[in-house]
Design a protein around this ligand. Structure first.
Ligand SMILES: [Zn+2]
Length: 345
């Protein structure tokens, strides 16, 4: 990879070519890859999604809901994103989530949308079955290879390390992976994308581990803050570490959260947090996305789709008083800065 350029699934491009960028999405994703490969029986997928059952599936999900694996459908959904002015999607899917480099290349070629591919490992329960035996060094080499040579036996290279799955409390294999990912980020110059545990203390704890492992906070992105840290003061404390703060659950407007007893914020509240952080001087550290990982989030199944932020959230940002420069920083300038490869160290 070349210092100053962004690695996409179609090759390297100038950061100025990215355009509006969603920093954390999944164009294709399934959650049971290694178990399925090993022939371990999975729970029934549930019924096909219809208008009559969509509301309940949106609330509680299902095996089928959590399976986005149709390339043609992904192309159609990505075209909708391009039509509302979307330029780039960071596909945060790592191998545990059934990353598919060739399919991502097909989607990018068919739509003209730049796709930056992820690397690394997700949460402990989704890890490869031999994760206990894998050393930090092996994990490091695997991630470096994805960025420098190509992923999964292809010549298609990852442009970001992540999303790296972490729970609260942190599982030892997750900590091992986070250390390896931090070192791989340094060794390649690629950014590091972290999925924190669902506890307000998790992001700061993870940043401590990143810093201990020699990582540079300004190359780290803390995802999913909209379901993790709810107090502005705590968000400011996290921002002071120097990392990027990602609000990537835009479009999830329900108060109810299926994974944990959390009162979810809505899009307006997410914007309030962004505005507070801008007022505190952290406008150059903010990133957004919709983290689409379920069928019901796709337009095909009655969801908001990858274009939701551009279609619906940007007008709300304007109405709530954000300037064009503040909005462009979040959608264009900050992604361009964090995705450009830096000098490896
Ligand atoms: Zn994700």
């Amino acid at each position: 990879m070349t210092v100053g350029l962004v690695t996409t699934v179609l090759g390297e491009i100038e950061p100025s070519e990215l355009g509006r960028t969603m920093m954390h999405e999944h164009l294709l994703i399934t959650f049971d890859r290694w178990a399925r490969d090993a022939g371990i029986e999975q729970p029934p997928e549930g019924p096909a999604i219809t208008l009559a059952n969509r509301g309940e599936i949106a609330r509680h999900s299902s095996g089928l809901d959590h399976r986005i694996d149709d390339v043609d459908e992904a192309i159609a959904e990505t075209r909708l994103y391009a039509e509302v002015g979307g330029g780039t999607i960071v596909d945060a899917t790592n191998p545990d989530l059934t990353r598919d480099p060739e399919a991502l290349r097909t989607i990018s070629e068919a739509t003209g949308v730049h796709v930056v591919m992820g690397a690394g490992h997700y949460l402990n329960e989704h890890h490869p079955l031999d994760m206990d035996e894998r050393s930090e060094e092996q994990l490091f080499e695997e991630m470096v290879g994805d960025v420098t040579e190509g992923a999964d036996g292809t010549s298609i290279r990852s442009g970001i390390i992540g999303e790296i799955g972490c729970q609260y409390p942190l599982h030892p294999n997750e900590e091992k992976t986070l250390r390896a990912a931090t070192r791989a980020s340094l060794a390649t110059g690629a950014a590091l994308l972290i999925h924190p545990g669902r506890d307000h203390r998790a992001p700061l704890e993870l940043m401590r581990i990143v810093i201990e492992a020699g990582g540079r906070p300004e190359r780290a992105i803390m995802s999913h803050l909209d379901r993790t840290v709810f107090e502005d003061d705590e968000l400011v404390e996290l921002a002071k570490t120097g990392c990027y703060l990602e609000f990537d659950l835009f479009g999830q407007e329900s108060s109810w959260y299926m994974h944990a007893p959390i009162d979810m914020p809505n899009d307006a509240t997410r914007i309030d947090h962004l505005q507070h952080l801008i007022a505190e001087g952290f406008g150059d550290r903010l990133l957004v996305a919709q983290d689409i990982c379920r069928k019901v989030a796709l337009c095909t199944y009655g969801g908001p789709g990858y274009g939701h932020i551009l279609r619906n959230v940007v007008p709300m940002m304007q109405r709530k008083g954000m300037s064009a420069a503040e909005i462009d920083a979040i959608l264009i300038d900050n992604p361009a800065r964090i995705l450009a490869m830096i000098e490896p160290s």
